[in-house]
Design a protein. Structure first.
Length: 427
């Protein structure tokens, strides 16, 4: 139920933009189907005594061809394949093809593999673009030089489209957040079908920084159909029946998604204004704890885009940054789904200077002092050293705003010093 409420909310926002091109162009609903890997790039592979070699490139092609055959039977769909045989088109070729084709939806099919040798990881997951990569999508859209009108009003406003004008940039930014919202919808439908129709284990819809998603100027998803190093998954995804069931689930999701789009083209929502950005940034507070975790620690449950801010001796872990209410709500749901039941959205005033106090970077903490030959001390000689309750803390720099501290943190990362923590020091 939570999901359908979220859908409705998100849906209102993207209806106008998705509907427009179909309504005016009367064009077919164009899908780019991308079978991951191929040719010399086998992708994830595992050989089993009874199954023989199970190769990602074969499974993805099998599923995509089955899915394409179903879609091609329906005259409303136009299907474009990035590959139909065992060959390797580059990632750039795949995204260029999608952008050139003016596609309505991009679906990339893959097979997962877990790093653990225990092979306990199992099930499906679907990726959409990460929350912080709107800028790249924006640049792609600009380069495509192809403004998408959000509604009639925009059509007038942007009649003389100039990709570098501030107005056009705002329109494109809104359009980018629509892609994300539409991608979340189709991703949710795919995973729903896997669970309800195929009784698969779903690991959910996640945001990730992946080339094929980042470089596409359209709603895009990447489906991990199962784990090659899990025997049950491997047997299922390498079988004809398993691939057929997966293709049908994706097909059902596409049909439902298109119905949502069509229904709203015929019966447009009365004057739903496009979502405007909020004044403040929002981050999702996952937890406040005296424990310090690095960003890949299991305690963070695989969530990416973590910002850690230390305050009053506690480490606060924040997920995602956005100034769109819909993305904020989605991020909060992602955090709760990941297991952070008490997660909450926290508002940040952008570029706010601390009146009394400053931000600094905690570069190192530990029971022992840093060795004088430590690469950290070599890179930053002017560290400030403190000792509290038997723990040594090394900090660096003073910054008035969080944004300045984040920038300094990125600069240090470039120099090879990772996992620093921003500390807020109030006087
Ligand atoms: Zn893959």
């Amino acid at each position: 139920m939570i999901r359908s409420i979220l859908y409705n909310k998100i849906f209102l926002l993207f209806v106008v933009f998705v509907g427009f091109s179909n309504f005016y162009g009367q064009k077919k609903f164009t899908l780019v189907l991308d079978a991951g890997h191929g040719g010399s790039d086998t992708g994830a592979t595992r050989t089993y005594p009874d199954l023989g070699p199970v190769q990602e490139k074969d499974i993805t092609l099998g599923i995509v061809l089955k899915l394409g055959r179903m879609l091609e039977k329906n005259k409303e769909y136009k299907v474009i394949y990035t590959r139909k045989v065992d060959e390797y088109p580059s990632l750039t070729y795949r995204t260029n093809l999608a952008n050139k084709s003016d596609a309505d939806l991009f679906i990339s099919v893959h097979v997962n593999s877990s790093s653990s040798r225990s092979a306990t990881a199992q099930g499906t997951e679907t990726f959409v673009q990460g929350p912080n990569q709107n800028k790249t999508n924006l640049d792609v859209a600009k380069a495509e030089n192809d403004v998408i009108f959000l509604d009639d009003q925009d059509r007038e406003n942007f009649a003389s489209y100039n990709p570098n004008s501030p107005e056009s940039l705002i329109a494109l930014k809104i359009q980018q957040s629509k892609y994300l919202e539409a991608s979340l919808i189709i991703g949710g439908l795919v995973e729903d079908n896997f669970v309800k129709k195929d009784k698969r284990l779903s690991r959910g819809v996640k945001q990730e920084n992946l080339h094929v998603l980042r470089m596409n100027a359209m709603p895009s998803i990447l489906i991990e159909t199962g784990f090659v190093n899990n025997y049950d998954d491997a047997r299922y995804i390498s079988s004809d029946e398993g691939q057929q069931a997966i293709a049908e689930s994706i097909y059902n999701a596409i049909v439902s998604y298109k119905k949502m789009v069509d229904r709203n083209v015929k019966k447009p929502e009365p004057e739903k204004p496009a979502e405007q950005p909020l004044k403040n940034d929002f981050r999702i507070l996952l937890m406040s704890t005296p424990n310090k975790y690095s960003t890949d620690d299991p305690a963070l449950k695989g969530l990416k885009y973590i910002l850690t801010i230390k305050e009053g001796g506690l480490y606060k872990y924040y997920y995602g940054t956005t100034n769109y209410a819909s993305v904020r709500d989605t991020n909060l749901k992602t955090a709760k789904d990941a297991g952070f039941r008490n997660a909450s959205a926290i508002s940040f005033v952008p570029n706010q200077s601390l009146g009394a106090g400053y931000y600094t970077l905690e570069v190192y903490s530990g029971k022992g002092k840093l060795d004088s030959k430590s690469p950290i001390l070599k890179t930053i000689p002017d560290l400030i050293r403190n000792k509290e309750n038997g723990v040594f803390y090394y900090t660096y720099g003073k910054y008035k705003s969080l944004e300045e501290a984040v920038k300094a943190q990125k600069d240090l990362e470039q120099k090879g010093i990772a996992n620093t923590v921003i500390e807020k020091k109030l006087k």
